[in-house]
Design a protein around this ligand. Structure first.
Ligand code: KG4
Ligand code: ZN
Length: 341
């Protein structure tokens, strides 16, 4: 380790993953420890906030210790602590925020609160050392669907967002209706391989006067209606065809909006981020469209798409360079807006 290296310990606990990571100079991930609660929440068909908070409390110290060990550093080597402080589940966020504040206080370290979505965007810097703003980024997760112009580190113009369900939420709800269970995204992704994406014509919604906005609730309802109709008529349901056709409808909209924005803004760099960005079909479709348009596509490895603390460490580094410092009165903000400090 060099004297001038900036080492950040980052903590993420906004939903159902307890995660800690040590990141060097904003781009080198020395450790990335994730303790997932997915199995626990699967029993209930979705994330139960109270259980999530309790599990974070149980796991957080272990996860941090492991992250430090794997990075071969101690708390004394750190330059700052980064932590997700919103948006997310308030009780879950509070665990990470309280832990980060305690370490910052005990070790006299700068505390940097990070916006979860800024973290997802920053995941793209980890494996692409040449990537720098400006670029376009589509963030597609369980709680968010945003199309943003990343003007600079930590500076964003929101071009579009979902009017109703997030893309991941639609995946989860449709999966539940088909009977696949939680979390739906990876299960639909897998089942779709056996289905025909053109078997059922599901709608692709456009939002009038807002060309980069998304709407997935109509598509979700169309799938539910289709399933009900089949059940009422006593017809058997080709689940793989439903999954593949739904996935194609979501993908078409996500690709169309992103490519249209890239064209309109003459931007030849497009990044995708968030849990849904790990979807195999979407990755292939986006790759093809970008190739056709002469756009360079950035797409984090699946482990950096779903929630992790490495992405929070990267975002915290650039906030650190920008001079962002939070006090020990930092609070969890469940509905924190992107770009707010
Ligand atoms: O980014 P993330 O881990 O958490 C949030 O910030 O929301 O995203 C989780 C979402 C879930 O809705 C999950 O079903 C979806 O991402 N997801 C996927 C895939 N893997 C995770 N959706 C489609 N295909 C996947 N392979
Ligand atoms: Zn997330």
């Amino acid at each position: 380790m060099n004297e001038k290296d900036v080492l950040i310990l980052a903590i993420e606990s906004s939903c159902d993953e307890t995660a800690a990571s040590v990141v060097k100079n904003g781009r080198t991930v020395l450790s990335n420890v994730i303790s997932s609660q997915i199995k626990l929440h699967t029993l209930y068909g979705g994330v139960v906030p109270e259980i999530a908070s309790r599990k974070h409390i149980e796991k957080i110290n272990q996860v941090i210790e492991q992250a430090l060990q794997e990075a071969e550093v101690s708390l004394d080597d750190l330059d700052a602590i980064g932590v997700t402080y919103g948006p997310g589940l308030v009780g879950a966020l509070l665990v990470g925020v309280a832990e980060a504040k305690a370490i910052a206080y005990a070790k006299h370290l700068p505390l940097i609160g990070v916006h979860h979505i800024e973290g997802h965007i920053s995941a793209n810097y980890i494996e692409n050392s040449e990537l720098e703003p400006p670029f376009l980024c589509e963030i597609i997760s369980g709680g968010h669907t945003h199309l943003v112009m990343v003007r600079d580190y930590g500076k964003f113009d929101i071009l579009g967002r979902t009017r109703d369900d997030a893309a991941g939420e639609a995946f989860d709800k449709v999966a539940r209706a088909i009977g696949l269970g939680y979390p739906g995204g990876p299960k639909i992704d897998k089942l779709s391989n056996e289905g025909n994406p053109d078997a059922i014509a599901f709608p692709r919604a456009k939002v009038e006067d807002a060309p980069y906005d998304f709407s997935f609730s109509g598509l979700k309802s169309a799938v539910l209606n289709y399933l009900n109709k089949c059940r009422m008529a006593g017809e058997s349901i080709a689940e793989a065809d439903v999954a593949a056709s739904f996935q194609k409808a979501v993908t078409d909209v996500l690709v169309d909006n992103a490519i249209r924005a890239a064209r309109d803004y003459r931007m030849d760099k497009l990044a995708i981020a968030g849990g849904v960005a790990s979807n195999q079909h979407l990755r292939e479709a986006m790759e093809k469209a970008c190739e056709r348009e002469g756009i360079t596509l950035y797409n984090p490895s699946p482990i950096f798409c779903t929630d992790n603390a490495a992405m929070i460490g990267v975002a915290a580094y650039y906030e650190f360079l920008n001079g962002t410092r939070h006090g020990l009165d930092l609070n969890a903000i469940p509905n924190l807006k992107l770009g707010e400090r």
